[in-house]
Design a protein around this ligand. Structure first.
Ligand code: UD1
Ligand code: UDP
Length: 374
């Protein structure tokens, strides 16, 4: 049986590759081998548990407060060793992290075809998001199969002279993952550690917050925290729920600035099902996350994006998302406006990012290019 290696390392990669791994395992025509770099440790394991995925190989690379250079050098050495041992027929990577770039480069060096899931996203600004914009540009250069989530991302690849017969518009697998999660939550509501249960049961307004972008470290996060503190004071009856990313450059300013405000709930990163339950419960979502920008519109939730630019313009164009940057006043005004005017919270139905069948489309392409054994 032909072998596909899934190589990934962080929370969002795991969420978005899980539907493909599960679909391939159900099919049984190609062998899915899971190699995690564990660039993230706890936040990766949280996702693996939810989807019942046990890695075949765990490179266990995360170190506290790792630098990009240190992680890159460890990942290249470790993934190269893995490829030498396992010799897959194809590699699948997802997104734009250090793991994605390193695994793609290692695949190229070992002449193993690379499939890039979520290909073609661009801001054309090398510093935003940093370093992800360059990771995905470089991954495009070495990848052989490009799974573009939308027509817009396909067009970006075509403009870069990527051969059209190597591009497949599939939708984003995040919607597959989200629909799986929503179905599970409907059957049994997950508890959320660190939150008073009544907050989940009543329907008082709630703002859900996440943030972790490197280009916002320092002044950007100080400014974001000032905005949240101002909003919490202006709206004492509103709960601000913030599962804080484990990067120490995020935790330090967030806990220092927001740790003692009664209606700001700082909680640990949530497993995927409780997090999806929080998104469903939210009145407004304030985030700089790529994945959350895609999930919020699919749940009918307005999302304010704390970034200057986005590689996911489809939701901005549909009116479901709005760019607000990291400026304190701009965030305060945008959140206030959504809290004060319920009509502004109504967004167009449906998701511009997928229909929940992206994983199956990717599996079909893999079978075709590797030769379907049936
Ligand atoms: C990484 C990705 C980013 C992605 C984000 C998703 C890169 C360069 N960055 O950023 O593209 O959007 O993941 O969340 O690839 N940590 C833990 N436990 C964890 C995870 C992180 O303690 O489970 C801490 C560690 O101190 C670690 C630090 O966070 O060294 C940074 O992790 P890293 O993966 O390098 O960067 P992220 O900011 O998480
Ligand atoms: N997520 C989660 N728990 C949390 C916060 C986010 O499971 O506490 C999920 C979220 O639903 C999305 C993914 O993690 O699927 C996004 O990860 P992140 O924001 O870390 O990375 P990005 O998408 O920006 O690369």
């Amino acid at each position: 049986m032909k072998k596909i290696s899934f190589i990934f390392g962080t929370r969002p990669e795991a969420v978005k590759l899980a539907p493909i791994i599960l679909a391939l395992r159900e099919e049984g025509t190609l062998q899915a081998h899971v190699c995690v770099t564990a660039q993230h440790r706890q936040m990766l394991d949280q996702v693996l548990r939810v989807f019942g995925i046990v890695p075949d190989v765990d490179l266990d690379l995360m170190r506290p407060n790792q630098t990009l250079g240190e992680l890159t050098s460890r990942a290249i050495a470790a993934v190269d060793g893995y490829l030498a041992d396992y010799q897959p027929d194809m590699i699948l990577v997802q997104g734009d992290t250090t793991t994605v770039f390193c695994a793609s480069l290692c695949g190229f060096y070992r002449r193993v075809p690379v499939g890039h899931v979520e290909a073609g996203l661009r801001t054309w600004n090398k510093w935003a998001p940093f370093p992800e914009e360059i990771n995905r540009v470089l991954t495009t250069r070495v990848a052989d199969y490009h799974f573009a989530p939308t027509a817009w991302s396909r067009d970006n690849l075509l403009r870069e002279q990527v051969p059209s017969d190597s591009i497949y518009v599939t939708g984003n697998t995040v919607i597959d993952a989200l629909l799986l999660a929503v179905e599970k939550i409907r059957r049994s509501r997950p508890a959320i550690a660190g939150l008073p249960p009544e907050l989940l049961e009543n329907d008082t307004p709630m703002v859900l917050i996440t943030g972790h972008r490197r280009e916002s470290f320092g002044e950007g996060f100080e400014s974001i925290c000032r905005a949240i503190a101002t909003l919490a004071q202006r709206y004492p009856a509103v709960s601000f729920v913030y599962p804080v990313h484990m990067n120490p450059n995020v935790r330090e300013p967030v806990y220092r600035s927001l740790g003692k405000i009664a209606n700001v709930h700082l909680i640990e990163p949530q497993e995927y099902l409780p997090f999806v339950a929080l998104m469903e419960r939210a009145t407004v979502i304030l985030t700089d996350s790529g994945g959350v920008q895609e999930e919020a519109p699919a749940l009918g939730k307005p999302v304010l994006v704390m970034r200057q630019t986005t590689e996911r313009p489809e939701a901005v164009e549909s009116g479901a998302a709005k760019l607000v940057g990291t400026d304190t006043n701009r965030i305060v005004e945008a959140v206030s406006s959504l809290l004060d005017k319920p009509a502004q919270r109504r967004i167009a139905g449906g998701s511009p990012y997928g229909d929940g069948h992206a994983a199956q489309r990717i599996v079909e392409v893999c079978k075709k290019v590797l030769g379907d054994p049936r």
